[in-house]
Write a protein that binds this ligand. Sequence first.
Ligand code: SF4
Length: 701
Amino acid sequence: MVDSGTIRTTCPYCGVGCGVLATPQQNGHVSIEGDPGHPANYGRLCSKGNALGETLGLDGRLLYPEVDGKTVGWDQALDHVAHKLNTTIQKHGPDSVGFYLSGQMLTEDYYIANKLMKGFIGSANVDTNSRLCMSSTVAGHKRAFGADTVPGNYEDLEHADLVVLVGSNMTWCHPVLFQRLMAAKEQRPGLNIVVIDPRRTKTAELANLHLPIKPDGDVALFNGLLQRIVASQMVDTNYVGDHTTGFAAAVNATQISQKELIKQTGLSAAQLDEFYSLFVNTEKVVTCFSQGVNQSTSGTDKVNAIINCHLATGRIGRKGMGPFSLTGQPNAMGGREVGGLANMLAAHMDMENQEHRTLVQEFWGAPNLAPKPGLKAVELFRALKTGKIKALWIMGTNPMVSLPETENVAKALANCPTVIVSDIMADTATSQFATVKLPALGWGEKSGTVTNSERRVSRQRAFLPAPGEARPDWWHVAEVGKKMGFVDAFSFKSAAEIFAEHAALSGHKNDGKRDFDIGAYADVSEAAYDALSPFQWPQPKNAEPSITRFFANGSFYTKDKRANFVPTRLQSQTKPGRGKQVLNTGRVRDHWHTMTRTGKSPTLSGHIAEPYCEIARSDASRLGIESADLVLLRSGRTEIILRALISDKIQTGHVFAPMHWSSNLSSLTSVNAMVKADLDPHSGQPALKSGRVTLERARMA
Ligand code: SF4
């Protein structure tokens, strides 16, 4: 029970998905506490969650629809959008239109945007900023398991005897999950934590073992581990024989000499031996991975190299064991469930599977199901630049700051005749290119569901009135869908109705057979939806509890029900080039994405107040840079000036800079602008952690 006047909701930041109790006060403030009843956090919150009440002011908000810079009524704005989309499609075909969505959107918003684009407009050019976050994991899961299925739970970290964190600064980026892990370690000091990260992050400092790997040395590291598992005769031959396929080919692909392994990983023989011995000799191992794995040209292979080691030892689908990806955004997982990526259909179904296509088409009554996968995020903006896309709808994201090669994103947006932006903020780096602005609801105003990293669905609930004329994202899409002529398919009156449709479709999946008679919540009432308690997705009807652990029976979603070992290639590690540094971009503890919300909080700004560039002491002394000097980073024609932070925690030849700020000391340039958009060939995810820049002390006039 909570006090009357207190609303149970979910934190809008990271993929941990903590439950929050929000209590509006008479003085207009909102007090925030962690929800003790929420199974993601049991009452804990991190600094960002605790400061949510400071981020709710209306300054800078977009309150009324605008067309061509003029404030208009909703009817006029929606007519304009529907007309522009219809005429563009008539003239240039469905693929001349694109949607670019966000892991900040609620599941219901995501579902309806995908339905309009893939089912009714007839193009799959709908992608999301989650492409930048975890699409390599999606591709790796599909290759190994036959579907994008997450095998683990948070609880598994507490039951493990060894937790390996690969490319994850969990202390800062998934703080409450790290708090849970440290609490478990306090109770069981024998629980070992290994951190694999080129930087000595806060997480690495708290680990039993830190492996300061070379960037992109992960495939070599885990291929070497698979070799060691074989050499130590620790392969679970029964599991491999009964539940997997392709073991011999994967092992053959791992052939690498010790000398080459040391060269590829940058680790010593002793460091490799310590890690391999720990992994091989510990039964309960969870391997968590995050952006250091995903944001790479070999991201998908890294994911599969990790999964291969868990399959070889049979350490998957069991309590305290398994590979476990940590999603960055609050609803990256919900987006995956409703097919929020350009190469997926709703309910985890495949664009290229005819049975799935027929099922979705019939369920939606879709006249025009997209015939093929669409363009992924970076490709979508490239098509905008060349004029193939002529109308783009961007919802809840700021690609001018978050995408790589910002110079090209700016050219692409300037080149697009119709740019529709649904956002809560009036002026963002992206919305300066908008021909139409649609005011959306923010956290505390909107209502729907999100799914966290362990597939737990929680409600976000409104506790503040809608400001001005702002409306939910799902409503923007539904109204445009109706005005485009698809009245029956988009006559939703509430988020609950959309959730029920998503649940019904999810109950009809998996190779034409029905996994579940029909998904739970397919007939959820408004009252029941309002009262939803957190649960793990999917949930079969009339079954308690929901599915908490996949693959417990050794059955996977491939045709033969066996998991695939995937042979993984070694990344040839390119040197940065003469005079260049490797640029690693990432997050700080107290800011979120492009800071449209966390930037409002004085408490959060007190942690790190300005953008910076972390530089190795050896590089700083070679270049005559002193602590707090201003330094100039240059990549092609893009430059940025940042404050120098000289450190012993970063490798020589590398620099680290946070991606949050777009207004820095020199100009409106984001750090991601400096990164060339090299993509993983399987997932299309850009390598945001291995840019190439020159570095020098800035000379001020
Ligand atoms: Fe919010 Fe993530 Fe912090 Fe939890 S850990 S309070 S979800 S930012």
